[in-house]
Design a protein around this ligand. Structure first.
Ligand code: ZN
Length: 131
């Protein structure tokens, strides 16, 4: 196999930079491979399924289902949950469901994106419920 494509990464085109920029604009983005149609997340330069550099950006609807949930207890702080979300567009992401008690996130629950903007960087969280 030969690699004909030359991948040029600049501070503006690095996948994580593009993702964060789109997130700051209120969009949960992911990539889709043009060669094998895989949904790719987190953002990468090459498709992890087939190695192709032909990746296009797509916008997620922000809807998904809880695949797994874990409650973490940190001394002196409120417990919080870390959940894996199967997003409807076919990728799984690590996030947190923030509108229910940390230990009350149920596997299989429908959730939707809520971008938290109270920190230094926007964070893609989810809330339980459907729209
Ligand atoms: Zn691919």
């Amino acid at each position: 196999m030969s690699v004909d494509a030359i991948i040029t990464l600049t501070p503006d085109t690095a996948p994580d930079v593009v993702f964060k920029r789109k997130l700051a604009e209120g969009e949960l983005s992911y990539q889709q491979c043009e060669a094998c149609s895989s949904s790719v997340f987190p953002p990468r330069v090459l498709c992890p399924a087939c190695g192709s550099p032909e990746m296009v950006w797509k916008k997620s609807s922000g809807h998904g289902v809880v695949y797994s949930a874990t409650t973490l207890y940190k001394r002196g702080e409120d417990p919080y949950n870390v959940s894996l979300i199967d997003v409807d567009e076919g990728f799984r992401m690590m996030s947190s469901v923030i509108n229910v008690p940390a230990d009350d996130v149920t596997i299989g629950a429908r959730v939707m994106l809520q971008i938290s903007t109270d920190g230094e960087e926007p964070i893609p969280n989810f809330v339980k419920g459907t729209k």
